[in-house]
Structure formats: C-alpha cells, structure tokens
Design a protein around this ligand. Structure first.
Ligand code: NAP
Length: 347
C-alpha cells in the first residue's frame, strides 16, 4: 500500500480509501465490517462515508452507514490509526426531505447539527476530514455540463459555510476540511476566503474521477496542484461499468445498475463504447479491466485517495490489489488514444 498526506495537514492516508456507501443497503453490517477488516489488513487506514449514506438515500436508512462504521470503530479500539472522512449534505430539502427534517442549507446551525449527528453515529469525538458533499449554489456537478447563467440567489454564502466548518475545527470535532462535487471557482473561492479571513484551508476535493470521467483534469488538476489540495477520486469504476459487466446489455443480478435504474450516469452509449475499448487494452495486456482502471487512478500525480467501493470481499480484494499494479508506457499510451478519441464519456 502506498501512503500520502492530506494536503499540508500531516495526516497520513493510504492511497486506497475504502468507500462505504453500499453498507446498510446492498451490504449488511456484518459485510461492512468484513470489508473494513480486510481493507485494514491490507494497509488501508482511510475510510470515506457521509451522513446521507447508504445510497440510494431513504428515510429508514439515513445515517446507517456511519452507525455501521461507528460500531466497527468501537470494536477496533484503534481510533487513532484510522482516518475517517465524512460529509454534510448540501441543500437537499426537495430531494431528501428526510435528512434533518429538510434543514440542509449549508448555514452554521445546520452544519453544527450535522457534525454532531455524524460524531454520535460514528461513536467518536472527532472526524479527521469533514467535507461539504455538494455546493449550496447552483453550478455544474453530478454530471451537469454546460454552465447556465441564472439570476437566482446563490443561497448561503461560502463565508458562512467556511466559518461554520472552522468552528467545527476549533471545537476539536474536525481535524481538516474538504469539499466535494466542486468546481475550480468553488475551490479557489474557499481558499481565498480562508487566506483572507484567517480560516482553515480546504485540503481535499472529492470529485468523480475515472477512465470514463477525467473532467477533473480540465480545471481542477492545476488549481489543486498549485494550491496543495488533493483529489479524493470517487466512483473510480464508474459505478462498476469499468469492470465490463454491463457491456452488450448485460445486467448482472444484484449489481447496482441492475437494482437502481435511476443511476444512468455511466451507461450512455459513449461510455459503453469507451469501456469496450478499455477492455480490449486490458485483455491485450493480461490485466483485469477493474485493476487497470483503478491502477490508472492510483498513478495520477494529483491523487490524495482513490475511493474504492465493493459489495463482496472478492471485489474488494481485486480492488485493493490494484495498488500493486504499475501500468507500463504502452498501456498508458493506448489509454490516452481512447481518451483522445472519446473524452469524458460519462462526465
Ligand atoms: P465505483 O468503483 O465506481 O463502483 C463500485 C461498485 O462497482 C461496487 O459497489 C460494486 O457494485 C462494483 N464493483 C466494484 N469492484 C468490482 C469488481 N472488482 N468487480 C465487479 N464489480 C465491482 O465506486 P463507487 O461505489 O461509486 O464510489 C466509491 C465511494 O466513493 C463510495 O462508497 C463513496 O464513499 C464515494 N462516493 C462519493 C460521491 C460523492 O458525491 N462525493 C459519489 C459517489 C461515491 P455492484 O456489486 O453492485 O456491481
């Protein structure tokens, strides 16, 4: 396992971070704990979760993933060896009214309530990294391209959100802060406010990044490299599409995109066409497609963590073992040709 630092914090994390959003929905608590044990044995010390998990978010399961992790942490008794990242949702009143009775604008009262809820479920008195799950303002995220100008109010100002996060840090409830589903403007704005108001700087951006979505490279890669912020790459297998298991109309039983038809982000024609080409490269070089896709993400210079997800121990083992794979120049060149021909098919 390779390790890196979260920005300039000195918090050391494994480059493979264990995602958790299936625990409490596709996976039971026991299975979640088995995944945690296996990952920990492989040298993973970094876990990503969120108050809204598991996914899809439903009223009866709100917060269950954090509870599953909290139960594991209390069995472990090695809290100081584990780096826990969690998230406060962005505005979700219409979409997920069951979360904190719809009080999800990113204002101070809601953030302070959310962090306390997460700490309680996680059975800990601090989280290592507290992230804003998506922005308050209307902008491009969750696959939206083509920025639309609007005169609508941006809602809670970033100053208030950052100042609330800063209070969490000063209260000792949070060690470092980050954002998710953010744009280059959002990241620069958070950093500017931190520098001018003497507030904590964000140290990570958790955005989608995979062979099917390298949009991070367009603006954020430069911003985050120059500003010492790291990428936490989510959905590195494009919801499982980058294993090849959805090609040619296949819909494996119990797989995420078979179970939840609302998730269409990675199933477009261009995405499947690129996947087929990436599969050819992997087969030609005797690699598994999943491992090639993950090894590609692991090797990016702007990466702070590759957040892998799995619903079985077999999948998890395959994903963890990607950390031992180095892609040679020929594989990287062939990947680049596919990307040039069909860039970001699943933004
Ligand atoms: P992903 O790697 O794109 O997809 C993981 C899913 O693919 C697994 O749950 C499994 O689903 C399938 N899979 C994984 N490994 C496999 C293998 N070796 N062979 C066959 N199938 C395999 O990652 P993700 O789950 O979407 O995201 C990972 C983590 O990132 C999440 O747990 C969460 O912590 C974070 N995340 C954050 C955001 C955000 O907005 N910040 C969004 C998404 C995710 P099936 O078995 O059901 O096929």
């Amino acid at each position: 396992m390779q390790y890196t630092n979260l920005g300039t914090t000195g918090i050391t994390v494994s480059k493979i971070c264990l995602g958790s959003m299936t625990w409490g929905e596709q996976n039971s608590e026991t299975e979640g704990h088995e995944q945690l044990d296996m990952a920990f044995d492989h040298g993973v010390n970094f876990i990503d979760t969120a108050e809204m998990y598991p996914v899809p978010s439903r009223e009866p399961t709100y917060g269950v993933t954090e509870t599953i992790i909290g139960n594991w942490l209390s069995k472990q008794k090695s809290r100081d060896k584990i780096v826990i990242a969690t998230k406060v949702v962005g505005p979700a009143g219409d979409w997920m009214p069951h979360i904190r009775h719809g009080q999800t604008r990113l204002n101070e009262a809601n953030i302070l309530q959310a962090v306390d809820g997460s700490l309680k479920r996680l059975k800990t008195d601090y989280v290592d990294l507290y992230q804003v799950h998506w922005p308050e303002r209307k902008t491009n995220y969750f696959g939206r391209l083509g920025y639309e100008y609007t005169d609508e109010d941006d809602g809670i100002a970033l100053e208030e959100t950052l100042s609330a996060l800063s209070k969490c840090v000063h209260a000792g409830k949070v060690r470092a802060i980050g954002v998710s589903n953010e744009t280059p403007w959002g990241v620069m704005r958070y950093l500017h406010l931190a520098d001018t108001l003497g507030l904590p700087r964000i140290v990570t951006v958790q955005n989608p990044y995979s062979l099917l979505n390298r949009t991070y490279e367009i603006g954020l890669a430069e911003v985050t490299r120059r500003e010492h912020v790291g990428l936490l790459a989510y959905s590195p297998l494009g919801f499982g599409v980058l294993t090849g298991k959805y090609l040619h109309g296949m819909r494996p039983q119990q797989a995420r995109l078979t179970l939840f038809k609302q998730f269409t982000r990675y199933l477009g024609d261009r995405s499947l066409a690129a996947t087929e080409q990436y599969l050819e490269i992997a087969e030609h070089h005797e690699l598994s497609l999943a491992q090639m896709a993950l090894a590609y993400v692991n090797s990016r210079p702007f990466l702070a963590g590759n957040i892998v997800g799995a619903t079985s121990l077999e999948q998890l083992r395959e994903n963890l073992d990607s950390s031992d794979i180095r892609l040679n120049d020929e594989v990287l060149r062939e990947i680049e040709l596919v990307h040039k021909d069909n860039p970001n098919p699943a933004p």
